[in-house]
Design a protein around this ligand. Structure first.
Ligand code: 13P
Length: 251
């Protein structure tokens, strides 16, 4: 069967204050005492990375960032570089989230640069792709995803991409309570994996983890995880409460 280790990742987006972030992180560590089957990650806001690292160190929870810039240092006011993230204990970084594509002018070209810079600093990118509702209605889902995937990871070596994680997050399913059905998600995941196979060959395609994101909850995780090409989940709303997230981790 699959040689891919499942992954359950929480994206806290722009939620919580420092005391709230610390409280949830501590609760989560208490709830995740039993070794999970999956790799577990939480991505809090940048300002909470360092304090949360002190809570997550030597636990089953790894730390991720929600964004990164593509240069290592320089006059780029307000940006955060890959070496800054690794220096506070980050292992993963979410890149190209649809909210950043929609509200922060994230382009496929910038996303590729960020993925490259992250890999060069040994951060594991969680590269997000997904179609909007209008694109799905216009039957453009496959062409949109084809372009996002190709542009985001073009001209890498297979070795550079060996740990990359892709997250398929249909925009119409994010925060809406509308989850893609397990069949809809599986169809897209299989399509993305076949695309990776076309570009980089079967070995990499077989190894690459593809997560699903969009209204994942304790009640639908097991069904999604039962599908051949779904290797985990990227969770927004349901990751904000330790109890709910821990139920997803031990699906
Ligand atoms: P929700 O789980 O709140 O739908 O968010 C998904 C998401 O965008 C994770 O990155």
């Amino acid at each position: 069967m699959t040689e891919r280790k499942p992954m359950i990742a929480g994206n806290w987006k722009m939620f919580k204050t420092l005391p709230q972030a610390l409280g949830t992180a501590r609760e989560l560590v208490d709830l995740l005492k039993k070794p999970p089957v999956a790799d577990v990650m939480i991505a809090p806001a940048h300002v909470f990375l360092q304090p949360l690292f002190t809570v997550f160190e030597s636990t089953y929870v790894a730390l991720g960032a929600q964004n990164v810039f593509w240069e290592n240092e320089g006059a780029f006011t307000g940006e955060i570089s890959p070496p800054m993230l690794t220096s506070v204990g980050c292992k993963y970084v979410i890149i190209g989230h649809s909210e950043r594509r929609q509200f922060l002018s994230e382009t496929n070209e910038n996303i590729r640069k960020k993925i490259k810079a992250a890999i060069d600093s040994r951060l594991i990118p969680i590269f997000c792709v997904g179609e909007t509702e209008a694109e799905r209605d216009a039957e453009k889902t496959f062409s949109v995803l084809d372009k996002q995937v190709r542009k985001g990871i073009e001209k890498f070596s297979r070795d550079e991409l060996k740990d990359l994680v892709i997250a398929y997050e249909p925009v119409w399913a994010i925060g809406t309570g509308k989850t893609a059905t397990k069949k809809q998600a599986q169809e897209i995941h299989a399509f993305i994996r076949s695309l990776i196979e076309k570009i980089y060959g079967n070995d990499l395609a077989k190894k690459m983890r593809i997560l699903y994101g969009g209204s994942v909850k304790p009640t639908n995780i097991a069904d999604l995880m039962g599908m051949d090409d779904i290797d985990g989940a990227l969770i927004g709303g349901a990751s904000l409460e330790a109890d709910t997230f821990s139920k997803i981790v031990y699906y």
